[in-house]
Design a protein around this ligand. Structure first.
Ligand code: GLU
Length: 420
């Protein structure tokens, strides 16, 4: 989340406009376009919560399966005040393309609850999660739709999802959710997978221009599950992490932030704000900072026409889902800024979710090294295919990634044929 208020009503419009561009390039007809644009199934559920003080509060939850032509639905569950059906629809659509571009045998899905998790105790969040899981039970499962963490949820949330689902079915079913704790069938490397993937994608994009991580400066918006580990991996790879922000504010240091000290500060205070090793910076100023690589790793819509016009970075690597609006994308393209799109750049998380699901289904666990190597390989080969289409067809990396993924989904749909 940012201090300036991003336009959270727009993610669905952005996702639909991106799809329309890809459909235009692919020359698909209106019927196929409508099928690709429309969620296959969606549910909204009422979630009454008995508060710790005995009162009752009602929340609304959602689960959207955007497409299941290539396999079960797959995607996270978001707990945030911004969550509404259109945001979930947009994020579900992005999951469809994300899974397709990195060739996972999944469709795309997303869930969420309109709740600010910071205002509730852990016991209250457990009750909310269990009720939500129980309400969406008919739609989910290892062969139907597999949940994962997203903003406002974590591995404990996934343990509650898995337990609620399993208790109701009468036996342990770890494959219903990924991003679980290791003790209940989680995978090594999952917690850091999105961030590692962001760094692999950045390395690949830099290599296309003959540059390396060791030569570049980086600014990262968002210091949560994605941004904090990415900052660490960038620093470990020799990049100068010049600024980071979280929902409360940020910190910058021209010579680079001392990452171990910053991570200690965050572990103690819960925020990057007031880190003594740098000067304060706002979320907005971070987007306009004079760095080589900008990583928006927070929420949707932060790079619009205005903020994109201020970007000085040469590369924007989208750690968040949907951080760039259509107008923002146009401005960045006009200014020659390379955008590594969300569906590719942040796919590392769902890639290792897939590894976790495969391991759970086989009840056979891989080593951390196997996971890291397979993740890196998948990110690098996916980037290479996208960059190849971009070069051959004169497209942006986003349009190339969308063309590849939309084509894969459409092919699955057409080969399966229409029933009845
Ligand atoms: N929430 C993450 C995303 O947006 C991970 C999804 C998953 O692992 O299923 O990609």
């Amino acid at each position: 989340m940012t201090q300036s208020e991003p336009d959270l009503s727009a993610p669905l419009a952005t996702a639909k406009a991106q799809l329309a561009t890809a459909v235009g390039i692919l020359g698909y007809d209106d019927g196929l376009h409508a099928m690709l644009a429309t969620p296959r199934r969606e549910i909204n559920v009422a979630i009454p919560l008995r508060r710790d003080d005995g009162s009752t509060t009602l929340f609304t939850g959602y689960r959207v399966q955007h497409n299941i032509s290539r396999g079960p639905g797959k995607g996270g569950v978001r707990y945030a005040p911004s969550v509404d059906i259109d945001e979930v629809r947009a994020l579900a659509m992005l999951m469809t393309w994300k899974c397709a571009v990195v060739e996972l045998p999944y469709g795309g899905a997303k869930g969420g609850i309109a709740i600010d998790p910071r205002e509730f105790s852990s016991r209250e969040l457990e009750r909310v999660t269990r009720r939500y899981t129980s309400e969406i039970m008919p739609m989910i499962g290892p062969e139907r739709d597999i949940l994962a963490p997203d903003i406002g949820t974590n591995e404990q949330t996934m343990a509650w999802v898995m337990d609620t689902y399993s208790v109701n079915r009468g036996f342990t079913i770890p494959g219903v959710a990924t991003g679980k704790p290791l003790a209940v069938g989680g995978s090594l490397g999952r917690a850091t997978a999105t961030s590692r993937g962001v760094v692999h994608a950045t390395r690949a994009a830099l290599a296309d221009a003959g540059a390396t991580l060791a030569e570049v400066s980086v600014a990262i918006q968002g210091f949560g599950k994605v941004g904090s580990h990415a900052a660490r991996f960038f620093a470990e790879a020799g990049a100068t992490v010049r600024a980071v922000t979280d929902q409360y504010g940020g910190v910058q240091a021209d010579g680079g932030l001392d990452m171990p000290a910053l991570l200690d500060h965050v572990a103690t205070t819960g925020s990057v704000v007031d880190f003594p090793g740098g000067d304060p910076i706002t979320n907005e100023a971070l987007l306009a900072l004079d760095v080589d690589v900008l990583v928006p790793a927070a929420v949707e819509g932060v790079l619009d026409a205005d903020t994109a016009a201020q970007v000085k970075a040469r590369w924007v690597v989208e750690g968040a889902n949907g951080p760039t609006t259509i107008e923002g994308d146009r401005v960045l393209a006009e200014r020659g800024i390379v955008v590594v799109p969300d569906i590719l750049a942040n796919a590392g998380g769902v890639v290792v979710s897939y590894f976790e699901w495969v391991q759970a289904n086989q009840a056979y666990w891989w080593t951390e090294q196997e996971i890291e190597e397979r993740l890196e390989h998948r990110m690098m080969t996916s980037y290479a295919s996208v960059a190849e289409v971009a070069r051959a067809d004169g497209l942006s990396l986003r349009d190339a990634a969308l063309v590849i993924s939309v084509r894969r989904v459409a092919q699955a749909h057409q080969i399966r044929g229409l029933y009845p």
